[in-house]
Ligand binder design. Sequence first.
Ligand code: GUN
Length: 290
Amino acid sequence: MKTIDGKLLAANLRAEIAAGVSRLKDETGKVPGLAVILVGENPASVSYVTAKEKACREAGMLSREIRLAAETTEAELVGLVKSLNDDPAIHGILVQLPLPKHISEKSVIDAISPEKDVDGFTPVNAGRMMIGERCFLPCTPHGIIKLIEFSGMDLCGSHAVVIGRSNIVGKPVAALLARRETNATVTLCHTGTRDLAHFTRDADVVIVATGRPGTLTGDMLKPGAVVIDVGVNRVPDASRSKGFRLVGDADFESCAAVAGAITPVPGGVGPMTITMLLWNTLEAARRAAV
Ligand code: GUN
């Protein structure tokens, strides 16, 4: 069994991105700018956006950090997004999800210009991806494809099982896996799936994105299968200084005993999500430069 080192792949790609940022600056004087908006103080979200901002600065980009109170109104947030749409120093806009309950995520995402939608969340980008047009690919699904390729697995002709049908991960990753250039046969499982293990036992690669620890266990895998664990779950652990530890959606021990390769949590998918965000932001700045 091999651990798929997301940190290593992310570091390699971030070095390439930093070189691209530096080249863009030399050639056009443009510095890619990412606006990161966080509403409220959800601890997991605070930690994600802090990591995104740090990675952005380390790649030589401008990070505009916008923290808003949990009481911010939908109209205020939409107004802010629209002003960033018109700001020439900003090439990418990221609104961290989830948003407080009184704000419609749809209204806010719809307000982001598709040309600055570096998360790939707007209906325009999602639609462009589905029909194979130039777009910003959603970061976690794109990072997952890169991780599978990095593991050495050949996806062409393989059976990929995706568990979870979210708009952020499950649905888009299933679409990317099925693209002609990737050429996997895809099964998309979800809470309505009657016998999950029936499907996972036939899979060459399983992508698990349910937000539920223990969704996938070793007895559900074909020997040698590749496992991509998207889950980031906090479980109480008194032995840790923070009082919790992070676990994925797969039971690591039992899956690692059967799998050919598996991503760890943390250090697997997470660093790749951030890396593909930087990738999209650089690409957005390049497009704005021509
Ligand atoms: N919440 C969980 N994942 C993501 C992500 O990739 N982007 C944003 N904006 N919010 C998230």
